[in-house]
Every structure is written in C-alpha cells, then in structure tokens.
Design a protein around this ligand. Structure first.
Ligand SMILES: [Zn+2]
Length: 355
C-alpha cells in the first residue's frame, strides 16, 4: 500500500523478517483485524510509509505466536501468544509521556505507529517486534484476542472517565454511546460490565444486526433514522456520561444536548476539519462552566491499557464471548482482502486469518 495513493493496495512476496536486536522476537501472525483507520489509509486519506520506503504494510490489530527470540528476551517463551501495541515513543528527551511508557499521550507528535505512521504493520505472515511492545495472551482468550487493540482504546477512555467522575463523591449512572461500530459495541460491553445503565444511538436501523447485538448486551438502542433528539430526551432524560465514537460532528453537538449537569463527554472520533458550522460557542462554554461539565478527547492507548484489556476479557469471558465472537465472525484469507476492498463492501469488521 502506498500511503496517499488511493487504492494502491497490493499483495506482495516479501523476505521473512529476521531478528536483528537481542530484545526482538520473531512472531508468526495468526489474525489481524481491519478497522476504519486501515480503510482510511486504503482510501489515501491517512498513513505515512517507513522512511526508507514508499509503501507501508498495513495492520495494527494483531494476534501472533512467538517463533523465536533474541538473546536478552526474558518475558516470552517460544509458542507464547502475543498481541503487539501500536504506537512507538518519539524518543525525544523532553517528551515526558514517551519517557514514561505513555506514548499515547506523546507531546511532540513525532511518535511512530505500526501499520499507520512510519512503521510497517502486522498484515504479513511474520513480523518482528521488541519485547517491551508485546502483551502475553492466555490461551483461554486466544479466540477473541485480536480485539485487544480496539478494547484497549475503550479501556483508556473509561480510565479517564472514571478519574474525572471521582471528582464527585457519587457514582455516575447512565451512559450514552454514540455509534455502533466495533468500537461502539466494545464500549457498550465495557460500560454494561462496569454496571452502568447503557443506551446506544447510531444511524443503523432498529432492525439492523448492530442494533440486535447492542440489545443482546443488555443496552437500549435508538436509531437516528427513526428517533428524534426530542424523543430520546423524553424517554431517557439526560446522561451522566456520553462516549462519542462516530467521528461525526453533528453527533458531538447532540451529545451536548443530552448531557446532564456535572456530566462527562468523551470524544474518540477522528473529526473532519473541513466542516464548518455556525455555533453559539459562548453558550456552549457557559453551559460547561455553569453545569460543571467536562469534555475531553482520547486517542490511541499504551501497554497498560492492553494489559487491562486482557484482564477484563479474562474476567468477563463467559459473559462477553458470545458478543466478541459475533464481532470477529467475519474471517477472510489475506489473498481475498484486496478484492474485497476493491468491491467497497460495507463490512463492520473483517478479521484476516493466517491459520
Ligand atoms: Zn513523545
């Protein structure tokens, strides 16, 4: 794939990667999940190749098995199942977040991301990765482990929400998730498991498979097609927590309408900067102040969030597996991927399997 060049996706035979440093491992890829970021790179609107190349190997949601390791590797044995993190630190001395293993909060913007920005991804039969960027996966959750990357994003967002909520001496009760894509579904699963009454609003119809999945989790579902903002406010009142996972700015505006006093809005979408709207910004700001509301943005995740994603999945596996299996049900072979993309099929999530 040549970043910036739409539909330049191709399948190529490459040499098997080799371990070059003592702290590296050779991994056999088992599964790679495809998400909206990959589709944006394929469309040519996102992505940056490694410095020595015009092309980038896609893929940043992966599960693999350790085949071999460098001399200093201590944490993983051969045969261990691993999930790699995505972002690599900028290594600039003044960047405290990167120095503290929190490259998701990098302040220089000179971080790299596997399969997205300046580094090849995992959509190949083998990949090499450093020990510090891998998380071990217990075999009991291997069947859903390809979702650890998107789940780690939900964990990061929830961790921030929880810290903000703790400024108050009472618990939040009601959550609204905007969007029912894979991330919206994972947010719903997480918030329900944390004990929140959860409502989901998205553009898919009330009869869609996404809506069905949301109801299966035990959340209420509304479609923007058949429900007006006034209807939602009438039947639901307001929400203590709103997680925006669509990237559509109209949804952000709706979230301001639905938020209760002292509420929290988490923005996790990638918003189009070419959209301009007329807005009474003074009123938006005044409402934030007078109602003690908090709005924050969250992107990416660090290794601590991946580890927590693993422990939450282990803890909730029996309750979550049915839903997680539905999200990962659409498995295809790598050879079929370019054709699928060229057909512009409308899919929720594809899992490319190398088994
Ligand atoms: Zn940094």
């Amino acid at each position: 794939m040549i970043p910036g060049e739409p539909n330049s996706l191709s399948l190529e035979d490459l040499a098997k990667p080799v371990i070059k440093k003592d702290n590296e491992l050779l991994i056999k890829t088992i599964e790679v999940g495809i998400d909206g970021t990959d589709l944006d790179i394929i469309k040519g609107v996102h992505g940056e190749p490694p410095p020595d190349s015009k092309k980038i190997i896609l893929g940043h949601e992966a599960l693999g098995k350790v085949l071999d390791s460098g001399a200093s590797v201590k944490k993983f044995v051969k045969g261990a199942l691993v999930v790699p993190t995505v972002r690599r630190p900028c290594n600039i001395a003044s960047c405290i977040p990167c120095r503290k293993n929190e490259s998701d909060m990098c302040i220089t913007g000179r971080y790299l991301e596997r399969g997205i920005k300046g580094l090849n991804g995992f959509l190949s039969e083998y990949f090499v990765e450093e020990e510090d960027y891998l998380v071990e996966i217990p075999s009991s959750i291997a069947d859903v482990a390809v979702l650890m990357e998107p789940l780690s994003i939900c964990i990061k967002t929830f961790t921030i929400i929880d810290k903000i909520q703790k400024r108050l001496s009472w618990e939040a009760e009601k959550t609204l998730i905007l969007g029912a894509g894979p991330l919206g579904i994972l947010f719903t699963l997480l918030m329900k498991s944390k004990g929140y009454e959860t409502v989901v609003l998205s553009r898919s119809s009330e009869q869609s498979s996404k809506a069905e999945l949301i109801r299966l989790i035990g959340a209420r579902y509304y479609s923007t097609i058949s429900t007006s903002s006034a209807d939602i406010k009438n039947s639901e009142g307001g929400f203590d927590i709103i997680i925006e996972a669509t990237g559509v700015y109209e949804m952000v505006l709706k979230s301001f309408e639905y938020l209760k006093k002292n509420g929290i809005i988490a923005l996790t979408g990638i918003y189009n900067t070419s959209h301009q709207i007329q807005l009474n910004f003074g009123k938006v700001l005044l409402d934030l102040v007078l109602d003690n509301k908090v709005v924050f943005g969250a992107v990416n995740s660090n290794i601590s969030h991946f580890r927590e994603a693993v422990s939450e999945t282990l803890k909730n596996y029996s309750r979550w597996k049915g839903i997680l299996h539905k999200i990962t049900a659409d498995k295809i072979k790598l050879v079929d991927f370019p054709e699928l993309v060229s057909k512009k099929s409308n899919f929720i999530k594809k899992i490319i399997t190398f088994k």
